[in-house]
Structure formats: C-alpha cells, structure tokens
Design a protein around this ligand. Structure first.
Ligand code: C5P
Length: 406
C-alpha cells in the first residue's frame, strides 16, 4: 500500500551518493514513493540501474531526452513531488541553487519547484568551510531550504572534519517530520521566544596551563541550539571549549569555566526556554596559582571546591524564571531513577536522561538514546542522531509552550 507521499530525490556527484541508495530503500520501506534525478557526476558514483531497482521507477538523467520529456517534463518532475531532497548536495549544486543556474535536469527541476527542499551537503572540509559555500548555505536557508548536516568525521579524501553527508536515518527523520507536519516546512513556532542553551564541557584551571575537564563534545547542546533557532527562537548558545563550528543563526558566547558559563547565562537572561546540556565540571581548583606548578618531586595537592550549579540556579530563580527549564542527566547506571531524583533536586521542568556508559558511545558519539522525563511522564525515545534529538526536543518545546501559553 503506497502512502501517497512522494519524494523527488536529486543525487549529485559525491562519494556519499552510495548512502542515497540506503535512503531510497528506507523511504520505500515506509511506503514513500521516490523518483530520482541523477546528475552526470552522480552517475559516476551510483548506477541508474541500482536506483531504478530500488525506486521501482524510471531514473531521470537528461534534460534534453525526448522520451524523458514526453513522459515527464522537468517542470512536472518537481511539481508532482511533495518534497524535493538533494542528497548528496555538492558544493557545486548548492552554488547553482543559490544563483538560480539551471543547466541540467537537476538544477532545472530545482529552479522550477515550488515545493519544500531539503539538502544534505557532502564535500571536503575546506570546501564546506569556504566563505562561498557558507554564504550559499546561509542564503538558501533564508529562502527556506532545510539543511541537514554535514557531520564531522573521517572523509573519503583521507581528511578529517566537517563535510560528511548525514546518515540516511537523519534524512529519513527529517523527511518523516516534513510529512508529519502536513507537508509544511518546520513551522516557525518559536518566533518571539528566547532560548539559552549551555553546551560542551567546562575547563577548570589547575594552573595557567593545565585544567580539569571531561569528554563532552558539545554535539548535543549545539544541535539543540540549532534546532531551536530553526523554529524561530532567538537563541543564545553558551558553549564551553569544543571543536564544533558555531551553529548558524545562533548567538554564541564562548566560555571556559563553570563560573564563566553561569555569568554568561545570567547576562543572557531573561529567557523563555533554558536548556542546560553542558557537562559542567562539578569541581574547580580553589585557588589556582598564577604560575605553572613545577614538577619538583613533591606531589601537588589540589584543593577542590564545588562549582555553581547553573541548572539549579536558573530553575530556582524567584524573578523572571524561564517558562521551561530543561536539564540533562548523563548517567552510567539506573538512568531513569537518577534522572527523576535530579528533576526534584534541581527544580527544573524536564530532564533529558541518557546513558553515557562507555559501551553506548554517547559521549563524543553521533547518536543518542534518551528518555524525556517530567513530573508526570517518562517518554522513551528511539536512538536518533544528536541532530534528530535536537529537532524532536525543539518540536516538543514548541508544542509545550503553545499548550501552556496564557
Ligand atoms: O548534577 P549533574 O551534573 O548530574 O546534573 C546534570 C545537569 O545539571 C545538566 O543539565 C547540566 O548541564 C546541569 N549542571 C549545571 N551546572 C553544574 C552541574 C550540572 O548546569 N555545575
């Protein structure tokens, strides 16, 4: 039984094109019809035959093919779909989309479409970071194009960095969200709301060159900030030291220590939403010396004092308490029980609990399996990419604020 949902998938030329085969299979499993346009460069990486077999449909490649045009004109190709997805989206196709260049079937269909477009960029890290690509992405986003990824990791070219295409699961999730929202682009339902998100680890000075820290990558907090901004919230991200690029459309305050993080949050208040996703160091060295501690045979003793608890501080504000304060609970055992205790102790409204025992690979990893806990309910979410968790959490926040607005 077909669901009646139709995706036009444009595959441009990149090694990540192999992931698009999996994307097609996953969409077909959900009874979503997929029609493919394969660019010339794309056909160097995947064959029309594999795509035709997986889509159970003809694959469109040529703007000037008489048969293609008589069966399905390029305008119709984009019009008859509910959603257009470009995966992988190379730097080249993004530049053409930004400029309105239409010199092959894919770019002509993209210029002709009036449907929502999702792009999944995939390219070398330097191409991604180039000012031209960044500008193209910003403009496309301003025009309403939804951008999924790219992600950080090892690249086919042997380098490491930002530029890997997001996994098919993250794309499937965005596509399902699109259909779930009745075929609309994500509603800008948080326009007029302000959000503050803490993210990453904190570094607590031992002396001018050494510090105490933890393994947090900041990926989850950054993804939440990005998702809230995408829903229209004025978003301030207070980030500890991370390797991550600043998310687009977000004001980022870079801090080092827990005390700096608290000060930056206080400066950014008042807000409607506060999400404390940072893995704040619990202790700091009481009086770090201003000079490097010398290794002279005697072991230094570190006098530790407790750091301020940002989440508890914000949750317990008397004046201008945010409407929704959300904490995270990273535990290695009894995740739910500890999270429920934390909800009560800190006074926040929701706790997002996750298991960070080493075998889950959550800390520093790409995926997260979370439970969202409030005073009444425990919601178990499936394993999602951290971007997926960010989007689902942002949507839940938007619904909650809408239901509780006076
Ligand atoms: O107390 P614990 O560290 O387990 O609580 C985790 C939650 O509290 C997270 O949301 C974290 O961001 C927040 N937290 C904080 N300030 C601290 C310690 C934790 O905001 N000093």
């Amino acid at each position: 039984m077909e669901s009646g949902k139709r995706v036009l998938l444009i595959i441009s030329g990149g090694i990540a094109a192999y992931k698009s085969l999996e994307l097609v299979r996953d969409l077909r499993r959900r009874d979503i019809a997929v029609r493919c346009i394969l660019t010339d460069a794309g056909s160097q990486f995947v064959t029309p035959l594999s795509l035709a077999a997986l889509t159970e449909d003809k694959v469109y490649q040529d703007l000037f093919s008489l048969t293609d045009e008589s069966e399905m004109g390029h305008i119709e190709l984009s019009r008859e779909a509910d959603l257009v997805v470009v995966a992988p989206a190379t730097a080249n196709i993004l530049a053409k989309m930004r400029s309105g260049i239409a010199n092959d079937l894919a770019t002509t269909a993209l210029l002709a479409t009036d449907k929502q477009v999702i792009v999944a960029p995939a390219m070398n890290v330097r191409m991604w970071k180039h000012a031209a690509t960044q500008e193209n992405i910003t403009i496309l986003q301003e025009r309403g194009v939804q951008v999924i990824g790219p992600e950080e990791g090892d690249m086919a070219c042997g380098e490491y960095g930002m530029g890997r295409m997001s996994e098919p699961a993250a794309l499937v999730e965005a596509i399902e969200n699109f259909f779930h929202n009745a075929g609309q682009a994500p509603q800008k339902s948080l326009i007029g709301k302000k959000a503050i998100i803490t993210s990453g680890p904190t570094h607590e000075a031992i002396d001018p060159v050494r510090y105490l820290a933890n393994h947090s990558s900041g990926r989850q907090g950054h993804a939440i900030a990005k998702a809230l901004a995408e829903l229209g919230a004025e978003t301030v991200l207070v980030s500890g030291p991370t390797q991550l690029a600043d998310p687009m459309g977000v004001t980022v305050q870079h801090v080092k220590s827990a005390e700096d993080m608290l000060a930056a949050c206080e400066a950014a208040l008042p807000a409607d939403i506060v999400v404390c996703a940072a893995a704040v160091a619990d202790w700091r060295v009481a009086n770090p010396p201003s000079e490097k501690i010398k290794k002279n045979g005697a072991l230094p003793s570190l006098d530790l004092v407790e750091n301020p608890d940002i989440l508890a501080n914000v949750s317990q504000l008397d004046k201008d308490r945010p409407a929704l304060v959300i904490g995270f609970a990273a535990e290695t055992e009894d995740v739910i029980a500890y999270a429920q205790a934390k909800l009560a102790k800190k006074g926040c409204d929701w706790i997002v609990a996750n298991d960070v025992s080493p075998e889950t690979g959550t800390f520093g990893g790409k995926n997260n399996t979370v439970h969202v806990i409030d005073a009444e309910t425990i919601e178990d979410w499936p394993t999602l990419s951290k971007e997926g968790v960010g989007q689902k959490l942002a949507a839940r926040i938007a619904i909650h604020l809408e239901n509780n607005s006076t």
